[in-house]
Design a protein around this ligand. Structure first.
Ligand SMILES: [Zn+2]
Length: 96
């Protein structure tokens, strides 16, 4: 899970809290129900977003950075699988 059971804004551990899932761009403004437009927040951050004390652009930046990092990790994993394999004698063979 992307949020790792923490508020994606303040990183508060959400054990025992009631997490809120927010649309970064509100659905009434055409915001999609997609992961890149959703963020998990603690009740305090959720309240701050509703009050305008947390900028939605800052939330978007958090999610964009996480998605970029996930893409980098997935790309790295795919490349590692492409570049090496285990030989019959259990040695790792690298493709160069
Ligand atoms: Zn929070």
């Amino acid at each position: 899970m992307r949020c790792d059971q923490r508020c994606e804004h303040c990183m508060l551990n959400l054990h025992g809290e009631s997490p809120r899932v927010h649309h970064i761009k509100p659905s009434e403004d055409g915001g999609a129900h997609t992961l890149s437009n959703l963020i998990v927040l603690c009740p305090n951050c959720s309240w701050k977003v509703k009050n305008g004390d947390i900028d939605r652009a800052a939330l978007k930046q958090i999610i964009d950075e996480k998605e970029l990092e996930n893409a980098r990790i997935n790309n790295l994993a795919a490349r590692e699988i492409d570049e090496w394999f285990i030989g019959l004698d259990n040695t790792v063979i690298y493709l160069v």
